[in-house]
Write a protein that binds this ligand. Structure first.
Ligand SMILES: NC(=O)c1ccc[n+]([C@@H]2O[C@H](COP(=O)([O-])OP(=O)(O)OC[C@H]3O[C@@H](n4cnc5c(N)ncnc54)[C@H](O)[C@@H]3O)[C@@H](O)[C@H]2O)c1
Length: 356
């Protein structure tokens, strides 16, 4: 088996978890990340701290390249050098925020859509047999989930138990005729292109449409990183702004570890042009109100929130991922972290750093 894994966004939440995981499996990891998260979200967002930690922990198995995924020629040179040694590509670099995208639509599209075709083409030219994993998003479904017949409960919105998507929304939901946000639209372009390279060029590509992805590797910023930012606000006694839906909007949360074990399963038994909704599902989900309650219990601190009676444009009122398709293809894969376990770990990992 070819021994190199190329990971973009390697200093980010998902990328860094992937670096550690595949290095521990004995693969050489080539990381691509230019710390553009710092440009998107300012100092809170920079992933430089995570990169330094990675380099120290992973040692010689890790090589870092500060290449911009918009730099087509730079990527091509990198892939040409590694050639058929590449056994796996994980593309997790992105402009990841809904709200930020509208500030600079060109930058968002260039990173998310054009950056993805740059990665696909470099892979096709130099490592066509390598499984190609792309981190897409549930925002490809736009705001269609908001048309579900939700009922309001004390701390959350919920679907009736007899609804076919009570256990989670599956991949048959339409991606058309809805508001996606500029970010959602650039991810749709990338998502479809990854599928197309699978079908058209017969490459082993997979699109993972994530719900909320989280874990201690998140550089928590207001515009991105829900649970990490909840915990950071409680620990630092910052005020968290809740936008709309009375704080009862529901998110499912998957720990980066559980996502990466799904990537490993795909890597071991790749398929062509797959799409998977991927998240914490029924096992791991919460509303904002519920997340703050758990964070307060863990820290012993009161949460400070401010309610803004205006939901973010295109934001989901309720999202729980239906992971049945992935579980059918990979029956040995299991979720291991639920929301309280995720929040506790974020708390413990940042105890020394985030202080009031
Ligand atoms: N975190 C979530 O809740 C979530 C949910 C659904 C989908 N996703 C997707 O998962 C992927 C990973 O998300 P994450 O939470 O790890 O994000 P992240 O911001 O923590 O990591 C992304 C990394 O990519 C780097 N990067 C950005 N632009 C780059 C560029 N032009 N060239 C090179 N590097 C660049 C950033 O510096 C950052 O370190 C993204 O595609 C995101 O859209 C995330």
């Amino acid at each position: 088996m070819s021994s190199v894994v190329v990971i973009t966004g390697s200093a980010g939440l998902i990328g860094s978890e992937a670096v550690r995981h595949f290095a521990a499996l004995g693969m050489d990891v080539v990381g691509v990340d230019n710390d553009m998260r710092g440009y998107f979200f300012g100092a809170d967002g920079s992933t430089q701290w995570n990169l330094q930690r990675l380099v120290k922990e992973v040692g010689d198995r890790y090589t870092h390249h500060s290449v911009d995924i918009r730099d087509r020629d730079g990527l091509d040179r990198l892939f040409a050098d590694l050639g058929s040694n590449i056994g796996l590509v994980i593309h997790a670099a992105a402009q990841p925020s809904h709200d930020w995208a509208a500030r600079e639509p060109f930058t968002d599209f260039d990173v998310n859509a054009v950056g993805t075709i740059n990665m696909l083409e470099a892979t096709r030219r130099h490592a066509i047999d390598a499984p190609f994993i792309f981190t897409s998003t549930n925002k490809v479904y736009g705001d269609t989930p908001n048309s579900l017949p939700l009922v309001e409960l004390e701390t959350r919105y919920e679907l009736p138990e007899d609804h076919r998507w009570y256990g989670g929304i599956d991949e048959t939901m339409t991606i058309d005729n809805s508001m996606h946000s500029v970010f959602g639209a650039s991810k749709v372009a990338a998502d479809i292109m990854v599928q197309e390279y699978g079908r058209y060029f017969d490459m082993p590509t997979a699109v993972f449409r994530g719900g909320t992805l989280t874990g201690p590797g998140h550089s928590a910023a207001e515009l991105h990183g829900f649970l990490a930012y909840v915990m950071r606000c409680v620990m630092e006694q910052r005020t968290y702004k809740i936008f709309g839906y009375k704080g009862k909007m529901v998110r499912d949360a998957i720990h980066s570890h559980d996502l990466i074990t799904a990537f490993e399963a795909f890597h071991r038994a790749p398929r062509v042009a797959e799409i998977y909704n991927m998240g914490g599902g029924r096992f791991s989900n919460c509303s904002h109100i519920e997340a703050f309650k758990i964070a307060s219990e863990i820290t012993g601190l009161e949460a400070r929130t401010e309610y803004v009676d205006q939901a973010r444009q295109g934001d989901h009122q309720w999202w729980i991922s239906g992971t049945g398709r992935f579980e059918e293809h990979y029956p040995d894969w299991k979720l291991t972290y639920d929301v309280p376990a995720i929040l506790r770990e974020i708390y413990e990992a940042n105890n020394e750093v985030w202080k009031a």
